[in-house]
Design a protein around this ligand. Structure first.
Ligand code: FES
Ligand SMILES: [Fe+2]
Length: 349
């Protein structure tokens, strides 16, 4: 279906999460495909994380089969060495400095527990635009982290995250509750994303929140997020005993509540696959590794429910249909983001 072509729905001039810091080492290069480009990621012995095109300039062997050396990487086919900026540093038995013997270099930023890559015009890459994740270094919050490889176009994975109307139906036994279906989402457009507010008042806690919060009665629960183009969600969520004024208080300070902050970073591999990096911070039992595992297990269980639905949807869309998709009121946020992405994406007029 043409609406899922990479050309139409991928923004190249943007920062994307490409890896966790621990994946990029000086022992072994890492091959990863982003927006259809094959990258090799590695860390120099000096500690610098680097991304280059995963094709040697000589005869296109993958540099991810190469050897990391001080200041660069050596192709292990015929031994040409490239610097951290992709310039030719050495050709065996030949003077270096061949002007065309270079590979594409991709700017990287390592910050707050993520490594971000810039996939577009390198002269436009501004590291100050990489979003902050202050929970990473705040001892009041403890993270659980995970990664999913989703066999679906990033647009469909983003739609799923932008649509909390699916929670009571896809996740009634994990992070959703059937009673949440009665509540609508408030959506505010921004220049580069949306802000949403979704509150459920006086409802039973979701099974996940009940299991870690041990609530005696109903709760007020919330999902409130800021979406950053192209595809990063920064979400506050939690449950508090109903009637304790949770909505009026700042996130992280609510009485008797369990509160979470979540970052979901989507990175297209190509038109049919998406890298999905997530961190779910909590503000309770922060020293307890068992709780870290419990949160991880619950979130992964919920995300596998999403994965199953979105992968099936992607396959159905790819097989084609005589029917075009139609919007309902709950699609407000995802419709706004689809418009914003289409406006900025490669090739958009
Ligand atoms: S292909 Fe890399 S050195 Fe020949
Ligand atoms: Fe979901």
């Amino acid at each position: 279906m043409s609406e899922l072509t990479p050309e139409k729905f991928f923004i190249r001039d943007a920062w994307y999460v490409v890896a966790w810091p621990h994946e990029v080492t000086s022992d072994k290069p890492l091959a990863r495909t982003v927006l259809g480009d094959d990258l090799v990621l590695f860390r120099t012995p000096e500690g610098q994380a680097v991304a280059l095109e995963d094709r040697c300039a000589h005869r296109l062997a993958p540099l991810s089969m190469g050897r990391i050396e001080s200041g660069g990487i050596r192709c292990m086919y015929h031994g040409v060495k490239f610097s951290v900026t992709g310039q030719c540093a050495e050709i065996p038995a030949q003077p270096a400095g061949h002007p065309n013997m270079c590979v594409k270099h991709y700017p990287l930023v390592e910050k707050d527990g993520f490594i971000w890559v810039w996939m577009g015009n390198a002269t436009l890459a501004d590291p100050s635009q990489v979003m902050d994740a202050p929970w990473h270094s705040d001892p009041r919050w403890a993270p659980s982290r995970g990664y999913l490889h989703v066999k679906a176009h990033m647009g469909l994975v983003a739609d799923n995250l932008l649509d909390f109307g699916h929670l009571p139906f896809v996740h009634p036994n994990t992070v959703g509750a059937v009673e949440q279906a009665a509540f609508a989402t408030e959506v505010k457009p921004l220049a580069d994303g949306v802000l949403t507010d979704r509150w459920y008042v006086d409802v039973p806690a979701s099974r996940f929140h009940q299991s870690v919060g041990n609530f005696k009665g109903n709760v007020d629960a919330w999902h409130c997020f800021r979406w950053h183009l192209p595809a990063v969600m920064s979400l506050d969520s939690g449950s508090a005993p109903t009637g304790t004024g949770a909505r009026e208080k700042a996130h992280g300070t609510r009485e008797g509540a369990i509160e979470f902050h979540h970052i979901a970073a989507l990175t297209p591999q190509d038109g049919d696959h998406t890298h999905y990096f997530w961190v779910h911070w909590r503000n309770f039992d922060v020293q307890d590794p068992t709780m870290t595992q419990t949160v991880y297990d619950n979130i992964m269980m919920a995300f596998s429910e999403d994965k199953a639905m979105v992968e099936a949807q992607h396959a159905a869309v790819r097989r084609g249909s005589h029917t075009a998709p139609k919007a309902i009121m709950a699609d407000k946020a995802l419709t706004m983001i689809r418009h914003q992405v289409a406006k900025r994406a490669t090739g958009a007029s």
